[in-house]
Ligand binder design. Structure first.
Ligand code: SF4
Length: 62
């Protein structure tokens, strides 16, 4: 996404199975490449991850 991915917006590179279409490719953003999943952010499943990330976004919005 040329101007970055806004919070709450689905990435254009996410496929229908929630896989990254850029995984392993040089054009994958460095931030995505370096991200390390951890339970405090990702929980144990997609539903928990969405709740945790929404809470983080609300806590840090300006
Ligand atoms: S890893 Fe990055 S590029 Fe890939 S789908 Fe997620 S946000 Fe998009």
């Amino acid at each position: 996404m040329p101007e970055g991915k806004p919070a709450g917006v689905r990435c254009l590179h996410l496929d229908e199975n929630y896989g990254c279409q850029l995984f392993g490719k040089p054009e994958r953003p460095l931030l995505c490449e370096q991200f390390q999943a951890e339970a405090s952010v990702c929980g144990e499943n997609r539903q928990q991850a969405i709740k945790l990330i929404n809470a983080l976004e609300q806590a840090t919005e300006s």
